[in-house]
Design a protein around this ligand. Structure first.
Ligand code: NI
Length: 185
């Protein structure tokens, strides 16, 4: 089932999300719905707050960019209870980002190129690893959603000023996008 994406202004996007366990109701179905929603909106990552749930659950599909980055061929992965343990600040990189919850806005964000993360997979097996490159970028963007943070928070004061009008339009519902959304009432 394709779920509506909660857009900028929805309070759930500003909450710190909670860990879940195996008993979370209909978790498999929910994950399936998140993949369908992600595919429908042609995104590469989706965090549960973006579909209105304040739980630590993220799906990432890098397979759709594997024409450009072949190392991610087949990379479709679910992250349960992810946490960033450490940022390697040795190298940072500026890269343009967008977000399904902030349609129509694309801005460059500076982030570390390497992070240490822990998470559980769909079978609740524990994983701990260093991620780098594009994957580390996407993880930081998605895992930020679980802390109530969005990429627009990480822009310079100047860029924030520049996009203020667009953000106000988002709040008013004065925009178009190709997928189903849920606006703040
Ligand atoms: Ni996002």
């Amino acid at each position: 089932m394709i779920l509506p994406i909660y857009t900028y202004g929805q309070p759930v996007l500003r909450k710190v999300a909670e860990d879940i366990d195996e008993n979370y109701p209909n978790l498999k179905g929910l994950i399936q719905d998140m993949y369908e929603t992600l595919e429908h909106s042609e995104g590469i990552g989706l965090a549960a707050p973006q579909i209105g749930l304040d739980i630590r659950l993220v799906v990432i599909n890098l397979d759709i960019i594997s024409d450009d980055l072949p190392e991610y061929k087949g990379y479709i992965k679910t992250f349960i209870n992810p946490h960033i343990l450490e940022y390697d600040d040795t190298h940072t990189e500026l890269m343009e980002e967008g977000c399904l919850s902030v349609p129509g806005i694309h801005e460059s964000v500076r982030r570390p190129t390497r992070i240490h993360v822990k998470y559980q997979d769909e079978n609740f097996e524990e994983h701990e690893e260093w991620a780098e490159g594009y994957l580390a970028r996407v993880m930081q963007h998605e895992f930020d959603h679980l802390e109530g943070t969005m990429f627009i928070d990480r822009l310079s004061m100047l860029r924030k000023q520049m996009i203020k009008g667009k953000l106000n339009s988002l709040l008013k519902g004065n925009f178009r996008c190709s997928y189903k959304i849920k606006l703040r009432k």
